[in-house]
Design a protein around this ligand. Structure first.
Ligand SMILES: [Zn+2]
Length: 65
């Protein structure tokens, strides 16, 4: 499976800078988000927000705005 395809819903994601993922991600257990290439899942019905070395759901992100 290509790395730019969401592991949950199979939609093709668009690349996002790791910096953006790191800024938005919560660190529930004090773990850093692993560095690497992340993609944004475009599927509104999919709980996955970003995927890459790690898949992050919207609950793993800080509130936006
Ligand atoms: Zn998805």
């Amino acid at each position: 499976m290509p790395e730019n395809v969401c592991p949950l819903c199979g939609h093709k994601g668009s690349p996002v800078p790791f910096r953006e993922v790191k800024e938005r991600a919560l660190k529930p257990c004090g773990h850093e988000v692993p560095e690497g290439q992340y993609y944004l899942c475009p599927n509104q019905d999919c709980p996955v927000a970003y995927f890459g070395p790690l898949a992050l759901s919207y609950r793993d992100l800080k509130e936006s705005g």
